[in-house]
Design a protein around this ligand. Structure first.
Ligand SMILES: *[C@@H]1O[C@H](CO)[C@@H](O)[C@H](O)[C@H]1NC(C)=O
Ligand SMILES: *[C@@H]1O[C@H](CO)[C@@H](O)[C@H](O)[C@H]1NC(C)=O
Ligand SMILES: *[C@@H]1O[C@H](CO)[C@@H](O)[C@H](O)[C@H]1NC(C)=O
Ligand SMILES: *[C@@H]1O[C@H](CO)[C@@H](O)[C@H](O)[C@H]1NC(C)=O
Ligand SMILES: CC(=O)N[C@H]1CO[C@H](CO)[C@@H](O)[C@@H]1O
Length: 749
């Protein structure tokens, strides 16, 4: 009977319970983003509903003991949503811009006067003093409307590819300036969009129009910590995925900006600056150079600015957990360096990770620029109970600074992009990274009653893609790097056993089941090998090849990796895998890795990603981009990338027998009907081309910058209240917390 009761429903969706007899307080999460709090008195069997504040107060007793202190600093951003509607379905989370567009177009629809901000916005447009879009001849909506009609009439008589320069003069006379398009046809499209908006604004027209207005010429991306360089940096402390991500991101962003500027009919050189820390003791990297051009780009540079104190410049690397006391001075230095470099202010500031986002917030606040946050790795969820027991982590991690910085940055940002839904709001049973900042307490410091709302329209899912120069479909024959097939075959089939590869594949005609990852416990490559070893049918159908770590434990100095290496050797013996299994040490040649995926596709093989948890799953995207059917973990990002059974398969690493059976079944079916393989491969490619490419990413980012930039302009006054509140929080809390973090010293003793 209990199992059908409402109480059991509550227990099922409970995320956390605090037991302090006679009470049990429970945080209930009926669905993503929605929380309720109850307290049960176990003696009297009665239940009270608690407010967030009461719940957190109760939770603090774990640390403070029973205290009657009712004067605790509470942080509450909820009152600021006053006039703004937001979605309430969990499935709308992460589609903020859609909702915002609907809202914007509905207020514009209300009456003619609400279109005035759009007119002002167009009139205010200029780049370094050059007027764009509209000039002084157009002062009112009615003038705009009649000018548009006149322009439409004039343009429709021109050939569609007439260049703008041919009618520039006439246009100026009507009240228009550059920025509408490079040819008469494109200008006409823009004019139609605007006429539509003036008559009956609808969300998608508005988005298209705002996305096409020339607004973004200079972008600054902030990623202060770690070694940010183009060579010899991967593997250095705090330096990993973000460097690859940002370099891929800026290359694609520059192309997109160039294309848009050309289509807008403008003659402007875009600039992108990646701002990071200059590290004088650069350990053989270029991190001691002030300015470095990003290869493969024309207008993108890494700009490095050192950390500085009264004692001078800090020479050595420091951990990302220790950067806080340096950031204020850094912001000032960065502001003057970028204004010198750009000869103006940026139009969009993008922050990466907590420190980058804080610096981005301070700069965006100071310069009045649109701010975008990216933080695929917020630390709070990585360290259980790092909020309530923050003091235990303080010496090593300074989370009090980091969580405070995160709250400030999230609330100051105009928009936030994430790679996955889960990053924002988790899943049915797990809490999202951002969601975990909704309500929490740092006892003795402050209590967050309403830190961020995952339903906020600032959240947008914009996923990265694979580098298309390296990863492309196996079927693009002319682009294939056939010269690498010799070395690849050697890697796969050479009978010699050495430190690069061990194990042999005796039947070369079988498809290859392939995986590539770090040799960490969480990636569970050994689990995959075991699951293969146990399933006779799978072993009969395919060969298994993995690329991971080293095959010699002596070469590793990571305890976790060493234990995985030893385990792998045991499994090879235990299941007698020789003849069917090849273990290749990790490979750093990206071009060859790309061709390796395609070579595996030639064998009509498949890719497996067996991790217990994977935040996003770039290797999954890479494999699918090469046309390789993919089996990937259902825990984390891959579950969103792959539509199970259509563009690949979800596997649950906790049920390895089922995983093996699913794969055996797939290969059996492909053997009987080869079109099955092609269908999965094609559907995977289609999925990638619809969602997971850098091209789509950059288009999205530029459109979002346009829409949120406009929204920032329209809502200037409303946002001021939030910003003033944040400013106070920054100065009264963060400023002092950051000062309490010890400064590093350069001397070696
Ligand atoms: C603000 O948002 C919350 C939900 O996050 C909602 O309950 C409340 O009604 C909103 N306030 C206003 C005035 O819209
Ligand atoms: C969700 O929002 C819609 C309108 O925005 C409203 O009609 C509906 O009642 C809301 N539902 C809940 C559960 O709040
Ligand atoms: C890896 O996965 C297998 C099953 O796939 C599981 O039995 C094993 O315990 C996992 N390894 C670790 C280190 O948890
Ligand atoms: C593959 O797709 C084609 C075309 O959609 C279809 O005719 C065929 O039955 C599919 N093959 C399998 C094995 O599903
Ligand atoms: C340090 C950090 O969080 N950097 C992030 C910057 O963005 C990339 C892309 O999302 C992430 O992979 C990094 O983790």
């Amino acid at each position: 009977m209990l199992s059908d009761s409402p109480f059991s429903e509550i227990l099922k969706s409970a995320q956390e319970a605090i037991v302090l007899p006679p009470f049990v307080a429970i945080a209930v999460r009926p669905r993503p983003g929605v929380w309720e709090y109850v307290r049960v008195n176990v003696h009297e069997l009665c239940v009270d509903q608690l407010t967030v504040s009461e719940y957190l107060h109760f939770k603090e007793e774990l640390v403070n003991g029973e205290s009657n202190d009712n004067f605790v600093l509470e942080l509450d951003f909820e009152p600021f949503n006053a006039s703004f509607p937001r979605p309430n379905r969990s499935s709308s989370i992460g589609n903020g811009v859609q909702f915002l567009n609907r809202h914007l177009s509905s207020i514009m629809f209300r009456n003619k006067d609400s279109l005035v901000p759009l007119l002002d916005f167009l009139r205010a447009h200029n780049y370094k003093g050059h007027v764009m879009m509209l000039n002084d001849r157009i002062q009112s909506l009615s003038q705009l409307q009649s000018a548009l009609v006149k322009a439409e009439d004039y343009l429709s008589k021109l050939p569609p590819d007439e260049p703008y320069s041919q009618f520039d003069y006439v246009f100026r006379g009507m009240g228009f300036e550059r920025g509408w398009g490079d040819t008469s046809q494109r200008v006409l499209e823009m004019i139609h969009l605007l006429l539509d908006i003036l008559q009956a604004p609808d969300p998608s027209t508005l988005e298209t129009f705002l996305g096409r207005i020339p607004m973004v010429f200079n972008v600054v991306i902030l990623s202060p910590h770690g070694y940010f360089g183009q060579a010899n940096v991967l593997g250095l402390p705090d330096t990993g995925g973000q460097v690859v991500y940002i370099l891929d991101q800026v290359r694609s962003l520059e192309n997109e900006m160039l294309l848009r500027i050309q289509r807008q009919g403008l003659d402007v050189k875009p600039r992108i600056l990646i701002v990071t820390r200059l590290i004088p003791d650069a350990k053989g990297t270029t991190c001691n150079q002030r300015l470095e051009r990003v290869s493969g780009t024309e207008h993108t540079h890494i700009l490095r600015v050192p950390f500085r104190t009264e004692k001078g410049i800090l020479r050595k690397w420091i951990s990302r957990f220790d950067v806080w006391p340096y950031l204020e001075t850094f912001v000032q230095d960065v502001a003057s360096e970028i204004s010198a470099e750009l000869q103006g202010v940026p139009d969009l500031i993008v922050g990466n990770y907590s420190d980058g986002n804080l610096v981005a917030s301070l700069l965006a606040y100071k310069l009045g620029v649109t701010q975008c946050n990216i933080a695929h790795a917020l630390e709070k969820t990585k360290y259980p109970d790092s909020d309530i027991y923050w003091k235990n982590f303080e010496d090593k991690y300074h989370f009090s600074c980091q969580f405070t910085a995160d709250l400030i940055a999230m609330n100051n940002a105009d928009f936030i992009i994430t790679s996955t839904y889960q990053e924002i709001a988790g899943t049915k049973n797990t809490v999202g990274q951002y969601e975990s900042h909704t309500a929490f307490t740092l006892p003795g410091l402050y209590r967050v009653v309403h830190g961020i709302d995952v339903f906020d329209t600032k959240f947008n899912i914009v996923s990265p893609g694979a580098d298309m120069c390296i990863y492309f479909s196996y079927s693009e024959k002319p682009r294939r790097l056939t010269a690498l097939h010799g070395p690849i075959e050697k890697l796969l089939y050479d009978p010699e056993q050495n430190e690069e590869h061990i194990g042999t594949l005796s039947d070369r005609s079988k498809p290859i089941l392939f995986s590539m990852a770090r040799l960490d416990r969480v990636k569970n490559m050994t689990g995959l090998v075991e699951c293969f070893g146990k399933n006779a049918k799978l072993r009969e159908l395919v060969n298994l090849v993995i690329v991971a770590g080293y095959n010699d434990a002596k070469k590793s100095n990571d305890r976790e990796e060493i234990s995985e290496i030893e385990k792998m050797h045991c499994l090879i013996k235990k299941y007698n895998l020789d003849g069917q299994f090849r273990w290749i040490s990790s490979q750093t040649n990206r071009a060859r890795n790309g061709e390796l995926y395609r070579y595996i596709a030639d064998t009509r093989g498949a890719f497996v990603q067996p991790a217990f948890y994977e935040a996003f799953g770039l290797t999954v995207v890479e494999a699918m981009t090469c046309g390789l059917p993919t089996f990937a973990t259902c825990h984390g990002g891959p579950a969103e990338i792959i539509e199970d059974g259509v563009s690949g398969f979800h596997i649950d690493p906790y049920h390895s027998d089922q995983v093996a059976a699913l794969m055996a079944d797939f290969f059996q079916r492909c053997k009987e009907d080869p079109s099955h393989w092609n269908n999965i491969s094609d559907a995977g490619l289609q999925r990638i081309n619809e969602r997971y490419t850098w091209k789509i990413y950059s288009e999205r980012l530029m459109t979002l910058a346009g829409v949120y930039g406009f929204w920032k302009y329209v809502s200037k006054l409303e946002r001021r209240e939030t910003r003033r509140y944040l400013e106070m929080f920054y100065i009264l809390k963060f400023h002092d917390l950051a000062k309490s973090v010890p400064l590093a010293t350069d001397d070696q003793h």
